[in-house]
Design a protein around this ligand. Sequence first.
Ligand code: HPA
Length: 274
Amino acid sequence: MQTPTTTINEASEFLASRLDGRKPVAGIILGSGLGTLAEKIEDALTIPYTSVPGFPKASAIGHKGNFICGNLGGKCVLAMQGRYHFYEGYSLDTVVLPVRVMVRLGISFLFVSNAAGTVCQDWQIGDLMLITDHINMIPNPLIGPNKDEFGPRFPDMTCAYDLTLQESARRIAADEGLRLREGIYLPLSGPSYETPAEYGFCRFAGADAVGMSTVPEVIVARQSEVRVLGMSVITDIAHQAGDGYVTDENEIIRQADAASRRMSLLFERLLSEI
Ligand code: HPA
């Protein structure tokens, strides 16, 4: 069942009242192990998802389940420390509910992050990947009656990831001496990790990084013309059966956490420029 617009409005009104006059210009979604960016937010106000009407508890490992509102890069931001995933059994409508609410609160930008595996054998664990495009392999969150007040029935996705923000990210990364890969992100439903054949399929399809999230939120943000910057932290590399490698969620969280300082720096500098 679709989230009724009244639920979105109630949640937005509740959050607006908790924000007490703060007006976030950017939403930030912090993926698995990447929640530490929230520690850099100044004058932070923490609002647990469980306190927001209509929001279920986030249960994924490495996801705390808080909104954090405050200043980063001199801008008022609303960060999500953890997200809802399709693999947790939530409907895609629930997965995108926080973004709908942030749209209602008036954000103009969405910075979205995730941990992802790469199918590029010459990349390294810990690399940051600027998402330049996606191939959606989980159902589309806009299926069902269109919420006309959020945007068109058939939104354009030609520039899902904002070209100007991408350019800024490249410049800032070069300036900071950070290696920034770029590529195409492909989400599968999970929660099982990919077989070697599935990684091969993703590579053949044109993907560089594989994950289980992000795209539903991006689609909904773009429907409402929010400008999106997407970043994957590469936490594992596609492997072959028999090579002794096991994809392990704790190792993925550890690798994401280890890279989060670099990602936070990029996000902070990008925010200072918007
Ligand atoms: N596959 C899917 N999701 C992931 C991966 C992966 O290799 N790494 C981190 N999240």
